[in-house]
Design a protein around this ligand. Structure first.
Ligand code: ZN
Length: 203
């Protein structure tokens, strides 16, 4: 048998040879009609554009204050990292570390890995260790919880407004946009297409 491998439909397990796609085309399972994969046409460029924008927003979200609280004449503001550190020093070490991992470290790692893979590919160059990078990206996915964090912030914001004047910071808006952009970047990222670009002994 040739090296051309078979793929299985994720819905009905039908084995089939991956059909060649026209630019912008969609491969569907002939038995159940499930979408198998989409053509990589321009999706890597889109993924790269979303990734670069997400990295810029990540920087804004980390360096600018998330919110400021005004109680009486005093105003306190905090950044994401200082909020996590505060949790840590207030005896909630585990929570502080978890917040830092799921909202700063993992999303940053995800976006940097995608940049590492996508930027050279857009210049027609295959960077080394792509398989490791793709595996790591898969492993990190469940640990990125920007949207959970956003929800938590919104809940606490509505509670805090009863006690103090809350001034949303630049980081908060960046976070909201980041949530959308990261989802867009990850869904445009076509790992299947990248695996196909690799020489066979790697895959
Ligand atoms: Zn099927």
């Amino acid at each position: 048998m040739s090296h051309e491998h078979l793929i299985a439909c994720h819905e009905c397990d039908l084995l089939l040879r991956p059909p060649e796609l026209e630019p912008g085309g969609v491969a569907r399972c002939p038995r159940c009609g499930a979408t198998l994969y989409k053509s990589a046409h321009r999706s890597q460029e889109r993924a790269l554009a979303f990734t670069v924008s997400a990295i810029i927003l990540l920087m804004l979200a980390n360096f600018f204050p998330i919110m400021a609280l005004q109680v009486g004449g005093n105003q306190v503001s905090c950044t994401l990292t200082s909020a996590a550190l505060m949790l840590y020093h207030e005896g909630m070490q585990e929570l502080g570390i978890l917040v830092l991992i799921t909202t700063v470290i993992v999303p940053t790692a995800q976006m940097l890995i995608m940049l590492y893979v996508l930027l050279p590919l857009s210049l027609d160059y295959l960077p080394p260790r792509i398989p490791d990078m793709l595996r790591m990206l898969n492993m990190l996915r469940p640990w990125s919880m920007v949207e959970v964090f956003m929800l938590g912030i919104l809940v606490s914001l509505t509670k805090l407004t009863a006690m103090a004047t809350v001034i949303p910071g630049i980081a908060l808006w960046s976070f909201a946009a980041l949530m959308v952009l990261m989802t867009a970047a990850i869904s445009a990222f076509n790992a299947r297409h990248i695996w196909q670009l690799l020489p066979l002994e790697n895959a």
